[in-house]
Design a protein around this ligand. Structure first.
Ligand code: ADP
Ligand code: MG
Length: 213
């Protein structure tokens, strides 16, 4: 076990009870490790993240986070109690909240909200945008804000579902460099879904490939 953050054992999922969307996935992710999930469209990449996050119930198998079983035949721990964050491409920011309020949204009451927000604004180099609304900032800035928001509650595991697919190449490469720095500095454990092998190689040190079933 050691420093494992996430352990999946024979994890399977089906949306309708007949078609299989995930088949017998086993995986160990250690502290500060960065894993990419690759695979063709429809191979279950998003489903895998949703199952880990607790938004979908697996058909069978076990999910252990930080040594605690959060999902098996007898357990189904709620998403907010799993200590994981999920960033998806389309469900981006709250349009009626400023950058600062977006980042602060998920912070628990007993945490030092002001300091956490200030640290993330600085880390992501978006201090000057703190009072702007999502429609007033660029796509790259929106994506920085979305990732900062998901890191704000301090999730042990951060999962990113094709977070850069709407950005142009130049912007992506700039973000990659910044994120590598940020994730290393924070010792952040990452699972990244991407269909881009180059992106996977740059941002992760381990790759898993899902096949169409
Ligand atoms: P990927 O992210 O790799 O493209 P998904 O996890 O989105 O794949 O989908 C895996 C399979 O599950 C696909 O066959 C897809 O059509 C199906 N699927 C995804 N979401 C749903 C849903 N909400 N209801 C039923 N089937 C779904
Ligand atoms: Mg997907």
């Amino acid at each position: 076990m050691g420093d494992s953050i996430l352990e999946l054992k024979d994890l399977s999922h089906s949306y309708d009870g007949s078609e299989i969307s995930l088949k017998n996935i086993s995986l160990i992710v250690n502290k500060a490790e960065k894993v990419s999930v690759l695979g063709p469209s429809g191979s279950g990449k998003s489903t895998l993240l949703r199952v880990i996050a607790g938004l979908e119930k697996p058909y069978s198998g076990t999910i252990t986070i930080q040594g605690k079983i959060v999902s098996d035949q007898d357990h189904m721990v709620a998403p907010e109690k799993r200590n994981v964050g999920l960033v998806v491409q389309n469900k981006a920011l709250f349009p009626h909240l400023t950058v600062e309020k977006n980042i602060g949204f998920g912070i628990r009451k007993n945490q030092e909200k002001t300091k956490i927000i200030a640290d993330l604004l600085s880390l992501f180099k978006i201090e000057h945008l703190s009072n702007k609304y999502p429609h007033e900032i660029s796509g790259g800035e929106q994506q920085r804000t979305a990732i900062a928001r998901s890191m704000a509650p301090g999730p042990e595991l951060l999962m990113l579902d094709e977070p850069f697919s709407a950005l142009d190449r130049e912007l992506k490469e700039e973000l990659y460099a910044e994120l590598i720095h940020i994730f290393n500095e924070r010792q952040q454990t990452i699972i990244l879904v991407t269909h881009d092998l180059d992106e996977a190689k740059v941002l992760s040190n381990k790759q898993i490939n899902l096949e169409n079933t």
